[in-house]
Design a protein around this ligand. Structure first.
Ligand SMILES: CC(C)(COP(=O)(O)OP(=O)(O)OC[C@H]1O[C@@H](n2cnc3c(N)ncnc32)[C@H](O)[C@@H]1OP(=O)(O)O)[C@@H](O)C(=O)NCCC(=O)NCCS
Length: 220
């Protein structure tokens, strides 16, 4: 990576901290399904390599094992889930029958609602996934995308990922540095900030509802 590229990675990492990204829980499954169902056919194609039907999307979300995988999300002021990424760790050896082996690789797939694009959320989700992978001791992060997906290709290139191309599809890999104190603290802080941000937005929405019920003017 050139010096310019390294500076770019650092800048992206710093900007990513300004976007609260929260780990979703099992109870958030319907929110994730709703977010994906709102993607149009072209975006579904870009996200999954296939314009999945509603039923398949619902099945895909139901099949996420929240004990192993992590889904990250960004909420807007109305607590709508506007961006989300599915981080799925796996171990090639475990797939070959040796269960209980620590995952060595993780695949990341992400999507941002159309109205929220171009604000750095895609990049921020990727940065968060990289930190998460490092903190789990996972050395390789992998993304599968279509070469026509300019925004995704840009995110992969900015992160210094190695990209191999085949028949209009691209596999992007990055080898991550091991976890260190900074990466562990960064992720813990990001999660706390996201929890605070979520609770704050909830409070604002609740008090607006209360004001409406009491017929008081909304200050916002
Ligand atoms: C791909 C996607 C996640 C990007 O989300 P986003 O929040 O808009 O991404 P960002 O704002 O972080 O922008 C990413 C970069 O791509 C660039 N970009 C965006 N659209 C672009 C385009 N058409 N051509 C070239 N670059 C583009 C941005 O300028 C930015 O680069 P910069 O930081 O150097 O300015 C979003 O477009 C999406 O959800 N698409 C549909 C689903 C999908 O493709 N998922 C990925 C499959 S794994």
């Amino acid at each position: 990576m050139t010096l310019d590229e390294r500076i770019r990675v650092r800048l992206d990492a710093a900007r990513a901290l300004a976007i609260p990204i929260k780990e979703l829980s099992l109870e958030d499954r319907p929110l994730y399904a709703k977010h994906l169902l709102e993607l149009g056919a072209k975006d579904r194609y870009l996200r999954f390599g296939n314009p999945l039907s509603d039923e398949t999307i619902v099945r895909y979300v139901s099949g996420i094992d929240f004990d192993r995988a992590t889904v990250f999300g960004v909420f807007d002021d109305n607590l709508k889930l506007v961006a989300a990424g599915h981080f799925a760790p796996h171990s090639i050896e475990a797939e070959a029958g040796q269960a209980d082996l620590k995952p060595t690789t993780a695949e990341f797939g992400l999507s941002v609602a159309e109205e929220a694009r171009g604000k750095g959320m895609g990049t921020a989700l990727f940065v968060r996934a990289s930190t998460h992978a490092r903190n789990l001791g996972i050395a390789n992060l992998f993304m599968h995308c279509l070469t026509q997906n300019k925004a995704m290709m840009r995110i992969a290139r900015k992160a210094g990922m190695e990209i191999s191309y085949s028949a209009g599809e691209a596999d992007a890999y990055v080898t991550l540095a091991p976890a260190d104190a900074a990466s562990v603290i960064r992720e813990a802080m990001q999660e706390q900030i996201a929890l605070f941000d979520f609770a704050f937005k909830q409070q604002v929405l609740n008090s607006r509802g209360l004001m409406r019920e009491m017929r008081l003017p909304d200050a916002a």
